[in-house]
Design a protein around this ligand. Structure first.
Ligand code: ADP
Length: 579
């Protein structure tokens, strides 16, 4: 900015100098011409005035007298006077000896005077080594008798012109200096608001939106100051609004459980939230990354390809490989920049629940249909009057067994639904778990004995348990009955202990074990590893689902360790409640 300003200042100076120089040259020329004209006029007048004297001198014809008169005339007038006869012979000269002077008839002023009465000329005089102005007049005494010539050196004019030039130059310089000073101070005056505005815009650019032009100025600049201040105010308002909006958006995005990722038209990520980073295990912000570098799933690729051709809202499920997580991704087109927002919701639980629900209905129908088919079939057989009494009794027993099974299923289902009811609060009974365990062991001692199994309970000193006595009994029954049912040889052990403020209820057996990949599913309703075997033992597939609910209602958890053909160990960990 400084150099631009200096350049313009120098340009103004140069223009000034050129104008003044031109002015000086023209003025000096005009002054010189005016002076020459004036001198010529004066010399002309002198020739006219001196004409009678000159004619008289010529008439007298005494050369010496004429010469001295001309010399004194020249002295008196301060100029050179020359008297020339009509043949061009110099009769007298106020500054030279006429005898040494050549014929003057061809001098331009004499030639001109011969024809027009007056003649003038301006030329360089070798004799006096200077420019001379010559004015001659034809002397007429009834007829032309000669010429009188007045001349003066132009040094007078030159000195005069030089003086004038000098003074004009000095005046010009003063003028120039004044002009420069005016330009300089005016420019300083003009630059001040510019400097203020520059400082102001720098402040704004640096992010200080509170910067304002405060200095009171008048006129147009004041209006510009006002406008700029208004502009800064608006900028600040817009900035505040935008940053508030952005804060809200960031807040909402980071508070969202769902992952959100916004991409531009080139599918580069321009915004994403924490949940998105967690879902796709990103250590750093994926800003500006290609979406393909972050999500490399075929189903996602298909969704994005569809989005490109059809901008309507779309949804698809993404199965996250071996982790078993399922994300439902929804696409939303953003028309303002032709980008997309992708919202990822973890629907693993929902999908599993849907599957469990569907399985449950299929299993329930199947579980109910099997005994009902048996009952129906045997009842039809029983209608035949020809069957023997032994057969009748056998069929009736089968019908009763299947009815019992139906009753068991219904009873287990009722227990389950009772446990699942949200409003069902657990009782806070105080009791000794050892007593409860003793009861359960006695309940199954006969069954264990029949199968030739050792049924053991290791009792330890434990604090009173606070919880639902009925539920705890149900839990122990289910676990111990499973142990006995799925064990052919060996033992079933029940241990209750307290470690680190937690109850540990362990039911272990030396039975058939559970395949490792089935372990996560055995707590599902109706899930049985081996249907035929379970049913043969009177199992409904609901026992462990009930156990899981009871443990969950008491704020605990169940862990399973099992090895095929070696046995299983169910560990229920329950918190010690104070009341
Ligand atoms: P069920 O009425 O069939 O026993 P549960 O819900 O109690 O139903 O158990 C589900 C399945 O888990 C059983 O069918 C069985 O395959 C397996 N299971 C449960 N406990 C044991 C165990 N102690 N040993 C081996 N398998 C077991």
């Amino acid at each position: 900015m400084k150099s631009t300003f200096l350049k313009s200042l120098i340009s103004v100076f140069v223009i000034f100098v050129i104008v003044i120089a031109a002015f000086l040259i023209v003025l000096a020329g005009r002054v010189r011409n005016t002076l020459i004209t004036q001198f010529t006029e004066n010399l002309k007048n002198l020739t006219v005035v001196s004409e009678p004297t000159c004619i008289t001198l010529m008439k007298n014809g005494r050369a010496g007298e004429t010469q001295s008169s001309i010399v004194s005339m020249g002295k008196a007038l301060g100029i050179r006077v020359t008297l020339i006869d009509s043949t061009g012979l110099v009769l007298a000269d106020s500054e030279h000896d006429p005898g040494t002077m050549e014929n003057h008839l061809n001098r331009p002023e004499i030639r001109e005077a011969r024809g027009r009465g007056f003649g003038q000329s301006m030329r360089y005089s070798h004799t006096l080594d200077t420019d001379f102005l010559y004015v001659a007049k034809r002397l007429v005494d009834s007829q032309p008798v000669g010429y009188v010539r007045f001349s003066m050196p132009l040094t007078v004019i030159q000195t005069f012109t030089k003086d004038i030039r000098k003074w004009i130059f000095i005046a010009g310089m003063i003028l120039l200096f004044l002009a420069a000073a005016i330009v300089y101070f005016y420019s300083l005056y003009l630059r001040k608001p510019l400097r203020d505005i520059r400082g102001f815009t720098r402040e704004l650019t640096a992010g200080n939106l509170n910067a304002r032009l405060l200095k009171p100025v008048k006129g147009d600049v004041a209006e510009i100051y006002k406008d700029l201040n208004r502009m800064a105010e608006k900028l600040k308002d817009s900035f505040t609004f935008i940053s508030e909006e952005r804060d809200i958006l960031t807040g909402v995005l980071s508070a969202m459980v769902d992952g959100v990722c916004v991409v531009d038209t080139d599918l580069k990520i321009i915004n994403s939230n924490e949940s998105f980073k967690k879902m796709f295990f990103l250590a750093e912000d994926p800003l500006n990354k290609d979406i393909w570098d972050v999500i490399q799933l075929v189903s996602f690729l298909e969704l994005v390809n569809k989005c490109k051709t059809d901008k309507s809202h779309k949804t698809t499920d993404l199965a996250m490989g071996e982790r078993g997580t399922i994300y439902q991704v929804s696409s939303f087109h953003i028309p303002s920049f032709d980008g997309w927002a992708f919202v990822f919701a973890d629907v693993t639980k929902a999908r599993n629940l849907e599957r469990i629900k569907a399985d449950f209905i299929t299993n329930l129908s199947h579980e109910l249909r099997t005994p009902l088919t048996a009952i129906k079939g045997y009842l039809e057989t029983l209608e035949d009057p020809g069957i023997s009494l032994t057969e009748r009794n056998r069929f009736l027993r089968i019908v009763r067994d299947n009815t019992d099974r139906l009753a068991n299923i219904v009873s287990d289902l009722l227990t389950l639904s009772d446990l699942e009811r949200v409003e069902r609060a657990i009782e806070h009974d105080r009791f000794d778990l050892n007593d409860l365990a003793d009861d359960v062991i006695s309940l199954f001692s006969k069954e264990a004995k029949n199968k030739n199994l050792r049924l053991e309970f290791t009792s330890r000193r434990i604090p009173e348990f606070v919880g639902d006595r009925f539920m705890m009994q149900q839990m122990l029954i289910n676990l111990v009955s499973n142990g006995i049912r799925f064990t052919e040889t060996g033992e079933v052990k029940l241990e209750i202990d307290v470690e680190k403020d937690q109850f540990y209820v362990r039911v272990s057996d030396t039975g058939i074990g559970i395949p490792e990949d089935e372990i996560p599913r055995i707590f599902e309703r109706f899930y049985t590893v081996d249907k035929a075997r379970s049913r043969a033992h009177g199992g409904t597939g609901l026992g462990l689902a009930i156990v899981k609910h009871i443990v969950g209602a008491h704020g605990g958890k169940v862990e399973v360790e099992s090895e095929l053909e070696s046995g299983s160990k169910f560990t229920v960990i329950l918190p010690v409640l104070t009341d």
